[in-house]
Write a protein that binds this ligand. Structure first.
Ligand SMILES: [Zn+2]
Length: 259
């Protein structure tokens, strides 16, 4: 289980029967500030360009894609073949109120949009199900990762069979937060080890990769079952970054499917 860069995307590899990837901003048709592989309809880019970019980014075809609304909460749902196409061609039909998608169906591609928030990929060791989560600081604190693991275990799968890939997101090098974020992070973890001093006494640099890893470990996922890429979307110019690009920018996509 490892992260591998290939053809302008990062692939989370090593689980048989599962394909998972995270796009960069490279290789699309969009014009500034959405240059070039913006995959979101919700940021002001031309919808036809977004469609073309999505067709390029998802070789399995948009008819298999399922997208969620992503509201910085912690709701997770099992979805399936009947939901195929939701949010794929236009944003109105995205599955509402969800920041996590899980599926057992092989003919489905789960997708989410990112530009700094943490993409958390989930898969069964035997490839029987897959999932993807969107975790900014709010979703991290609200426990979107705990909710997903609980749903997986409730469905009868073994905790020990869960594999996790944490993809590109804003790193502790660039993600400065204030007390509004620092306090809940400390409360959830029970310590401040993912926070470093920031520019002054009222700011901290937060490591959201490690925060999510530690929460997953605290609910029983062994560290060797979690692959953290540790690449910062703000440092690296090949990614869109909501913070670095002053909020008007495109979105990468995280996608996972059974094969
Ligand atoms: Zn950085």
């Amino acid at each position: 289980m490892q992260w591998v860069q290939e053809d302008n995307r990062w692939q989370w590899r090593g689980i048989s029967g599962v394909k998972a990837w995270f796009s960069t901003r490279v290789g699309g048709r969009g014009k500034p500030p959405y240059d070039s592989l913006n995959l979101s309809f919700n940021v002001g880019d031309d919808p036809e360009t977004v469609l073309e970019n999505r067709r390029h980014a998802i070789p399995q075809g948009l008819s298999r894609l399922i997208m969620a609304q992503q509201v910085h909460q912690s709701e997770v749902a099992w979805v399936g073949a009947l939901d195929r196409g939701r949010g794929a061609y236009e944003p109105g039909s995205r599955l509402p109120g969800l920041d996590g998608l899980l599926t057992r169906d092989a003919e489905v591609v789960l997708g989410m949009e990112f530009a700094d928030c943490v993409p958390i990929f989930l898969a069964d060791r035997q490839g029987r199900w897959v999932g993807i989560l969107h975790a900014g600081w709010k979703g991290t604190v609200l426990g979107v990762q705990r909710r997903a693991v609980a749903d997986i275990v409730d469905a009868g799968y073994d905790l020990n069979d869960i594999r996790v890939g944490i993809g590109p997101a804003i790193g502790p090098c660039c993600y400065e937060v204030d007390q509004r974020v620092e306090e809940p992070i400390k409360r959830v973890l029970g310590h401040n080890r993912t926070l470093r001093p920031g520019r002054d006494g009222g700011h901290w640099r937060l490591d959201l990769w490690t925060t999510n890893r530690l929460i997953l470990e605290s609910i029983g996922i062994p560290p060797e079952h979690i692959a953290v890429l540790e690449i910062c979307t703000s440092c690296r110019p090949e990614f869109f970054s909501y913070r670095r690009d002053s909020k008007v920018t495109g979105r990468m996509g995280g996608f996972i499917c059974r094969i």
